[in-house]
Design a protein around this ligand. Structure first.
Ligand code: CP3
Length: 347
């Protein structure tokens, strides 16, 4: 855990305060909507090269901080680096998204931590360099995919609308599936610890596919593995600060997720942030949930959406973010508009 002389507002929130105006960062804040990202990507040739070349990853991580003065940087990387470390190769095709090699079976996965460390060394190097470059008032965020979301990509081989193959694997071979989630929980906890040791002040666990699960599956496949990850990380690194994002689960799901022991919960676009602020704080901080499409729209609609979120979270432990990631067609000036409005710099 890096020792900042002046702590960032993001860390104050995670340690129990409420801060006004709230700190702000955006999921997928470094990405295709930024011309400077497009330029680096053209130079790099591919997305994966950017992830695995520390100098390039540092450069794109810092781009949205330089342009918008956001309160936190999230390391430029991907959740699929964990399947890659486990020996399942990943490729990214332009305009298609990720493709994974066929699932080798749970016993076919690489379990040796030295092998993981060797494959992911560029990620930790990028983290250390970014933390050293970033102002102490800015928080540095590391992240990983949650076991269920990673299992879904590993078993499907790609993104899918209903995670059918992964669910069928869970229904038909529950013991094998539980074993896979265990291996993933161990690898994810290890990956988060490496990022913390390299300088991450905060880590976020993305459970992007949590929304499609039944209540029982959500508890067994999202809450329980995340609870084990949080316990492993906090046992080994007692000061660790963890944000969980069980995207698009139900209100019952978000409430059950309190059992994981995370310090903050990310709220998706469709869930009421007012409900979350009332129900989940002060036990955890809440983070969210501006509609990424309002960020594309801009203008009065965007201003109203921002103001509504601020009204509904007044006085609560709250971190401003989107309900999901920044979309590629987002005009960068709309991000600047949100930052100005949040900080009270009205034109
Ligand atoms: O938030 C950030 O700015 C940090 C970097 C980051 C990326 N991916 C970079 C990226 C983070 C935190 C992620 C997480 C991630 N990756 C998730 C969980 C969050 C979510 O969106 O639900 C998932 C499911 C993935 C897997 C993944 N990576 C997909 C499905 C895709 C293709 C779809 C898409 O949006 O292009 C990626 C590619 C990817 N990861 C890009 C970026 C900037 C686009 C790459 C490019 O074409 O330049």
């Amino acid at each position: 855990m890096s020792l900042n002389v002046k702590t960032s507002s993001m860390i104050s929130i995670l340690e129990g305060s409420s801060v006004s105006p709230p700190p702000l960062w955006l999921m997928r804040q470094a990405g295709r909507y930024l011309p400077e990202y497009q330029a680096t990507r053209r130079r790099a040739g591919s997305f994966w090269t950017m992830c695995m070349t520390p100098q390039l990853a540092v450069e794109v991580t810092l781009q949205p901080i330089t342009r918008f003065d956001l309160d936190a940087a999230i390391l430029f990387s991907d959740i699929l680096v964990v399947p890659f470390a486990l020996g399942q190769n990943v490729t990214f095709e332009d305009g298609i998204g990720p493709r994974l090699a066929s699932f080798p079976g749970v016993d076919g996965l690489e379990r040796n931590r030295d092998a993981w460390a060797k494959k992911l060394a560029p990620v930790y190097e990028a983290m250390a360099t970014t933390r050293a470059t970033l102002a102490p008032t800015k928080a540095m965020i590391g992240f990983a995919g949650a076991p269920w979301t990673l299992a879904a990509y590993m078993l499907e081989g790609q993104g899918s609308p209903d995670q059918r193959k992964a669910k069928l694997f869970g229904y038909r071979t529950p013991e094998e599936f539980a074993k896979l989630l265990d291996v993933l929980a161990e690898a994810v906890a290890w990956h988060l610890i490496q990022q913390i040791d390299a300088g991450a002040d905060v880590v976020q666990i993305f459970d992007s596919w949590a929304g499609g699960l039944t209540d029982a599956q959500f508890r067994a496949w999202s809450v329980e593995p995340t609870k084990r990850i949080v316990a492993m990380v906090k046992t080994e690194r007692p000061g660790a600060r963890i944000i969980g994002f069980p995207r698009a689960t139900s209100q019952e799901g978000y409430t059950a997720y309190l059992e994981t022991g995370v310090d903050a919960i990310g709220i998706d676009t469709a869930t009421s942030i007012g409900w979350a602020a009332k129900t989940l704080t002060p036990r955890v901080a809440v983070q969210g949930n501006l509609d990424p499409i309002a960020l594309i729209a801009g203008g009065d609609a965007l201003d109203r959406a921002v103001d509504t979120i601020l009204e509904q979270t007044k006085g609560a432990r709250f971190i401003f973010n989107l309900g999901h990631g920044v979309l590629p067609e987002t005009p960068p000036e709309n991000v600047a508009r949100v930052v100005a409005r949040l900080r009270g710099e009205r034109p």
